[in-house]
Design a protein around this ligand. Structure first.
Ligand code: 5AD
Ligand code: MP5
Ligand code: SF4
Ligand code: ZN
Length: 641
């Protein structure tokens, strides 16, 4: 793979002719089929992955195991019916829905001066994406946010798509009887319904408790939702830096990251050709894309924070909104009076956006233009439906700095800004820390819910200790699982390279899998309906020594299979009742099976002789349980589908 410097120097290499999709990102998942669940109109087709399972071996009962449907973030890349060409971009999902609302117009030209300048620059021809879309904007006076429609009582196709997606065929699973055991969970006051309906999605968006990041200029997007009463989501960060990476590598990180489960992706590029890199990313992204516009604005003023102006920033917002960015991180809560509160911190201000704004504020001795122009920013957001991700510019970057006055002062300001954004019907989530020891995490969640009127929280980790550089996906995965359980709606991943360097494609996968684990562990602990289905199926496959099913039901089948095969590569080992951990004589699950077989034989003999025995099965308890299940299912027959 070429780096940026190399690809710039090769005059013959024209990206719009040569770029190729990453081959690994378009492989089908093993034993999986891409299926689409239909909505109320033909063009609402909700993707899911269906994993088919082997029958249970006859010595375990010989039953058929129903296929398991899982949430699918991999998009058209794993759809055999779609011919992927990254030079053309992805198929259109939403344009007809957007047009049908009749409140937007296609523009004859881009509204951003910077965009027009880039398009006119002949020197950029070799980097340009050839199939840019004509920009769309709200008609004069119109507000095109999902929150605005929700508050008017309108259920959009996006909302219906999301309801089907979040339910993940839970209803079908219940009918098949595969969800016969799930722990109730403890959701700390979240209000997760038994079934997600389009009307529930609308209500949550209307009251600001959930957001649907979906810019009208990003019609390739498969709608998803971020909110405490929905499945916990994860974000993966990508993007170049001054010291490395190319457009192709970044598109590769995008497709690789969403393959493994990224629900949204942030392009945090700060290096060369930020505009062109983003164009390639968005046109090839079926997930929402977030950015931090102040990074590119700083690039435009040569990296001198004091030289930033509202005009440059405003043009950058419009430039990015017309490309299709779905959410903007805006560090508008960094107020002058909070900056001195960071003076005694161990690591000061670790947020890039936060440090840039702190510098500007001190240099001008004024509140930042992000704060003073906040309502002007709202006006731009609602003309394209870009969501706010209010940045935590003063988050702690060290365990010692957690939950300090600067951090919590900023959070209070973010609460005030949330209310202003909501006045404009602009969708809003709030960014959170950072480096926080476990016992101080819950206070972050509780304060955020209180200050920000339950707007979704979106946290970086948190990292629960500072002592493991090289393993910060783990130090932060621990905190992410905890805060997800407490009610955080989206977990921003941290890769093993955190604090050390720019993550590559492998780091992206490592970070995503770690965060899928954290998010799912949180869903389970919250008692999210249906969350335990996949666990139950995997545990059953494990106990029945269905090795292929155990691999295929996992988050990373490739690694699971490779680890198993490292010591027992032969095909015959795939039916063995042991693995190389304990070997055939010490396999506890095998011995359990022998205990059960033995007990069965004993019980039969005792029944004949009339002798009293300790039995494996409490017959009366079984009957009571069956009666309870029957009552429960009976109630569900009348549940509206
Ligand atoms: C806010 C967080 O964003 C991440 N971050 C910042 N820039 C990039 C990039 N180009 N690629 C991936 N992650 C990035 C870091 O992990 C940081 O902690
Ligand atoms: C969860 C999350 N992700 C990304 C950023 C942006 O980075 P920065 O604040 O360093 O500019 C952030 N503040 N919070
Ligand atoms: S990750 Fe590296 S460049 Fe970024 S703040 Fe830390 S030390 Fe500085
Ligand atoms: Zn850090």
């Amino acid at each position: 793979m070429k780096n940026q410097a190399e690809s710039n120097s090769s005059a013959t290499r024209i990206l719009s002719q040569t770029a190729e999709v990453d081959a690994a990102s378009v492989q089908p998942f093993p034993a999986s089929q891409k299926i689409f669940v239909a909505g109320s109109q033909a063009d609402i087709r909700v993707p899911m992955r269906e994993i088919s399972l082997d029958d249970t071996p006859t010595d375990f009962g010989g039953e058929v195991n129903a296929p398991v449907r899982v949430y699918d973030t991999s998009g058209p890349y794993t759809d055999p019916a779609v011919d992927i060409d990254v030079r053309r971009g992805l198929p259109d999902v939403r344009s007809a829905w957007i047009e049908a609302r009749a409140d937007t117009e296609l523009l004859g030209a881009n509204s951003s001066g910077f965009t027009r300048q880039r398009l006119d620059d002949a020197k950029l021809a070799h980097l340009r994406f050839d199939h840019a879309r004509a920009p769309r904007r709200a008609r004069a006076g119109a507000n095109v946010t999902q929150m605005h429609y929700a508050r008017k009582g309108i259920i959009t196709p996006e909302m219906e798509f999301i309801a089907i997606r979040e339910n993940m065929s839970l209803q079908q699973a219940r009918e098949l009887g595969v969800l016969d055991q799930q722990h109730p969970g403890d959701a700390f006051g979240a209000a997760i319904p038994e079934e997600i309906t389009p009307e529930f999605v609308r209500q949550e968006v209307a009251r600001g408790r959930a957001i649907i990041p979906a810019n009208i200029n990003h019609p390739e997007l498969e709608p998803m939702i971020i909110g405490r009463n929905f499945l916990v989501k994860i974000n993966g960060n990508i993007g170049n830096s001054a010291l490395g990476s190319s457009i192709e590598e970044e598109v590769e990180k995008l497709t690789w990251g969403t393959r493994w489960g990224a629900d949204t992706v942030m392009d945090l590029s700060t290096g060369k050709n930020i505009h062109e890199t983003r164009e390639w990313i968005i046109r090839n992204a079926h997930v929402p894309i977030g950015t931090v516009p102040i990074y590119q604005a700083l690039e435009k003023v040569g990296g001198v924070a004091e030289d930033l102006t509202w005009d440059i920033f405003r043009d950058t917002l419009i430039e990015q909104a017309e490309q299709g960015v779905d959410y903007f991180t805006i560090h508008a809560g960094v107020l002058l009076r909070y900056v001195p509160l960071t003076a005694k911190r161990v690591t000061g201000i670790v947020s890039r956006g936060g440090s840039i704004m702190a510098k500007w504020c001190l240099a001008h001795h004024r509140e930042s233009f992000l704060y003073t122009h906040f309502e002007d920013i709202c006006d731009i957001m609602k003309a394209y439906d870009v969501s706010f991700s209010l940045g935590d510019g003063l988050r702690p970057g060290a365990i010692a700095d957690a939950n300090d006055e600067a951090q919590f002062g900023e959070l209070e300001t973010l609460g005030e800004l949330t209310k202003i954004a909501w006045k404009h019907d602009v969708q809003t989530m709030i960014e959170g820390p950072g480096h926080v020891p476990m016992h101080l995490i819950k206070e972050n969640m509780d304060k955020q819910l209180r200050e920000c009127g339950e707007a979704p929280f979106y946290t970086l980790g948190p990292l629960t200790t500072d002592i493991a550089p090289g393993y910060d996906h783990i130090t932060s995965g621990i905190g992410a699982a905890m805060i997800g359980w407490y009610g955080c709606a989206m977990l921003c991943y941290v890769t093993p390279k955190e604090h050390l360097g720019l993550p590559n494609k492998e780091d992206v996968k490592e970070g995503i899998i770690t965060y899928k684990i954290a998010a799912h562990a949180a869903d389970l602990a919250k008692g999210h309906p249906g969350a335990q289905l996949r666990d139950n199926a995997l545990s059953k496959a494990r106990f029945e020594f269905r090795w292929e099913d155990q691999f295929n039901l996992g988050l990373d089948p490739d690694t699971a299979r490779a680890y198993h095969d490292e010591t027992l590569p032969k095909e015959s080992a795939k039916v063995a009742h042991f693995c190389s951990m304990c070997g055939p004589k010490f396999c506890s699950m095998k011995i359990t099976q022998e205990v059960r077989d033995y007990a069965k034989g004993q019980e039969a003999a005792a029944a004949e002789s009339g002798e009293q025995l300790v039995t494996m099965v409490d017959v009366e308890a079984e009957m009571r349980e069956k009666a309870r299940q029957f009552r429960e299912q009976g109630a569900e027959i009348y549940h509206k589908v």
